[in-house]
Design a protein. Structure first.
Length: 380
């Protein structure tokens, strides 16, 4: 069955649930959210358990696992504590796997063993103040001078930038609209400054504006090929979409579980509110939404693992699950009533976290991707 674990994966998930119950507690989740801090202790423990290395080859210290194994773990982490899943996604999926797919052998040997061991962290720097979905308007420029680039410009909404050791920096390297290159830039390089952007939720990783002033980057730090950033993006985009979908499924599952627990315990008019038909129907709607999203996502994951022509399925999964997570968070608030509005329960945190996925990376952009894929199908 799609998205169901085999025996080895079931053992891993049992360990992940135990980790969630003992380490990723609601007290820790609340503290991380309130303090707006990166939970370094969680990252270190995930590395110690070998989880950061699951999808990487053994030659770099990884576990040699497959895509499904990684996604099942990501879902479990996101269910226990959404911030933990986000940390895993940012570093493993949006970081290390990009180096694995596009990097040189020297780059892989330099970065992957340290990432797998939890010694370093990574971030992804594409968005600019004038170039969100319109990446062709990117203005950060890398000028080639001998055997290095001199980079100047600014990025915005870069998650985890100041906490990271390496930045995947998208910058213009020519005059053509598609002349964009990805550089691997140490975040401690001279000329880089960070400014925190206060935000509503997802506070386990701060978000930053990044300024670059004549930052020097060696030519050998090009990730992929010069002026071929879009080839790099195409290789990673569908996997990123599926992984974000899995995160949202985990968050929505946490919402559903909270709503069910509360409805069983809350007594009104002499009986638990879960016995009222109207509330039962709300729970049914949540579960239907959740299960449909999960099937859609793991079907997309299966296609992503087999082909590079999974644009439609990956975009559908990300579009649907982002909206589904927000609906489940809203419904959980309704089930909890006034208590859902307090910080005594996780409902309000999930509502704030889920709001992001109604916006990023642009629901209309995902619809455009789906429309193009559907029209190609119709054209035969």
């Amino acid at each position: 069955m799609i998205g169901e674990p085999d025996l080895d994966q079931a053992v891993l998930l049992a360990a992940a649930r135990k980790f969630g119950a003992e380490v990723l507690t609601q007290e820790l989740a609340r503290q991380v959210d309130d303090e707006h801090r990166f939970p370094a202790e969680v990252y270190a423990q995930m590395a110690g358990l070998g989880w950061l290395g699951i999808p990487f080859p053994e030659e770099y210290g990884g576990g040699g696992g497959d895509l499904l194994t990684m996604l099942l773990l990501l879902e479990s982490l996101s269910t226990s504590m959404f911030a933990a899943g986000n940390i895993y996604f940012r570093n493993v999926v949006n970081g290390g796997l990009n180096v694995l797919s596009s990097g040189t052998q020297d780059q892989k040997r330099l970065i992957l063993p340290d990432l797998i061991a939890g010694r370093i962290k990574m971030c992804y720097a594409m968005t600019e103040p004038e170039a969100g979905s319109d990446v062709s308007n990117m203005r950060t420029y890398a000028r080639r001078v001998g055997d290095e680039y001199r980079v100047s410009g600014s990025k915005v909404f870069i998650t985890g930038a100041a906490e990271s050791d390496w930045m995947q920096l998208f910058c213009r390297t020519g005059d053509g609209k598609r002349d964009v290159t990805v550089l691997l830039v140490p975040t401690e390089s001279d000329g880089i400054t960070f400014a925190v952007i206060p935000k509503l939720g997802n506070n386990g990783m701060n978000t930053y504006e990044v300024r670059l002033d004549d930052v020097r980057v060696p030519v050998q730090n090009v990730l992929g090929e010069e002026n071929r950033a879009w080839a790099h993006v195409r290789r990673s985009l569908n996997l990123e979409r599926v992984a974000v979908s899995v995160e949202c499924i985990g968050g929505a599952r946490a919402c559903f579980d909270l709503a069910v627990r509360y409805a069983r315990e809350r007594v009104q008019f002499g009986r638990p509110i879960v016995e009222f038909q109207a509330l039962q129907h709300r729970l049914v709607d949540m579960r239907l939404d959740l299960e449909a999203s999960r099937l859609l996502t793991y079907q997309a994951a299966e296609m992503v693992s087999q082909t590079d022509r999974a644009d439609l399925q990956a975009a559908m999964a990300k579009y649907h699950t982002g909206l589904m997570y927000f609906r489940c968070a809203t419904d959980t608030m309704s089930v909890l009533g006034g208590y859902g509005y307090t910080k005594n329960f996780a409902a309000e945190r999930h509502l704030r976290d889920a709001a992001l996925y109604r916006i990023v990376p642009g629901q209309e952009v995902l619809k455009d991707t789906m429309a193009r894929s559907i029209l190609r199908e119709v054209a035969g």
